[in-house]
Write a protein that binds this ligand. Sequence first.
Ligand SMILES: [Zn+2]
Length: 503
Amino acid sequence: MSKAQSFSRRGFLRRSGWWAATPLAAPHLIRSGDPLAQPGQSPRHIIMLISDGMSAGTLTCADHLSQLTRGRGTVWMELFKHPRAHVGLMNMRSLDSMVTDSSAASSSWGSGSRIANGAVNVLPDGRALKPLYSILAEAGWKRGLVTTTEITHATPAGFAANDDSRGSAENIARQYLERRVDVLLGGGQKFYDPQKRKDKADLWQEYRAAGYCVMMAADDLKKAPPDQRWLGTFHESHLPFTVDHVHDAELMAKVPTLPEMTRAALARLEKENHFILQVEGGRVDHGCHACDAPAALYDQLAFDEAIEVCLEFQKRSPETLVVITTDHGNGNLGLNGMGKNYADSSPLFANLKSAKASFDAILKKLGTAPEITVIQEVIREATGYSLSESKAALLVPFLAKKGETLYDLMNSASAQLGQLLANHWGIGWTGNAHTADYVNIVAIGPGAERFRGFIQNTDVFHKFLALAEIDFKNPEVPLKAKMEPNPGRHDAIAWHWRETHSA
Ligand SMILES: [Zn+2]
């Protein structure tokens, strides 16, 4: 149990209670320090795009894969050459660790304050922080959240919600309604469904009663009325990985892609005087937790198409600031030097072109005790890799959950499948969890120059508010990271993946 979880939700709601329909308190407690917008700097629209869990190697490999599959590099890398784009690096550490999770990361942008991993905009002492979307709403800004994960997942939640545990998805679904977030598109039907919710509440009905258009399928999105608020949940849990999605006609008909949801959200919000839209490629992270290169890289390319949609919008509406980043590295995949003079690296990497299924899908087919020939056949069909009998046999104990590895973190069927397929794609992994890497950030549009150089995660909140000409600061507490060496064995292997990512 994390420290944050030991505080009751009721307790912190009672202690804070800022959202009880009170206007933004003025004068504000502390000046944020970021100078307010200068003439020509004030964006009317802000779009923040987040590829969740994207290491530098993911960005590089996605650019190479884009060349192979689309005949051009990624839009993200194109922006590095754009004369008006500003590029920086950002420190994403959380309050209690050099390695952040997605909720502390998003909360740092959403509140301007570092919090402990596992919480959403709540300090370890239980104080709730006022989220960016509540502050902007009071200033008349409309707000949208678009993601490929459950809509209640950590990254979108960090912009709009408060909870001492990121796992409280049912509560977060209700908070979005209470706070009237204007556009909500992603997965996570189960957190709205009266048959599945613990409290049996019919949130779909409650959203409808509050004037929302409630959508469940890609077709609904095409005819959604532009004058209503939107709730679109297109899958029970997370939306499918792109590599599975594009190879399944039925799924393609039912579930919209990230660029499609992004385009629809922008069309809905375009008429608003001010809006902020968060767009998350949320499953790049899940692909990396699984050491699954095709899941991560094809989702990164779908995310890149969403960037393109936003830049097209910016051409029509130049008073739009577009900020593109990730919340942390994950697995730090990289194309390795393979063979004599590394001559095998490029052709091995090109094998990614024929990948047809995620590791999730492969492992589901394999089950826990398949015949060796079945392992060979399933992997050949999904990836094109002709596995030897002896290599296939190495996977057997991990499928049966009886395997043993030298590096504890990699003791899972999925991580070992990633090691095995490193022979076929040339792609290796440092692990299957988040990393402390400083992350890439690119901005273009009015105010973009504020995001260049080396910045802290919490700066993003202050820059957005300064550009919206709002002076506000949430409370902060000192960093709690232990920097002394720990000779003992760490006790929470793959905490993040096992505790927070089960679909
Ligand atoms: Zn993660």
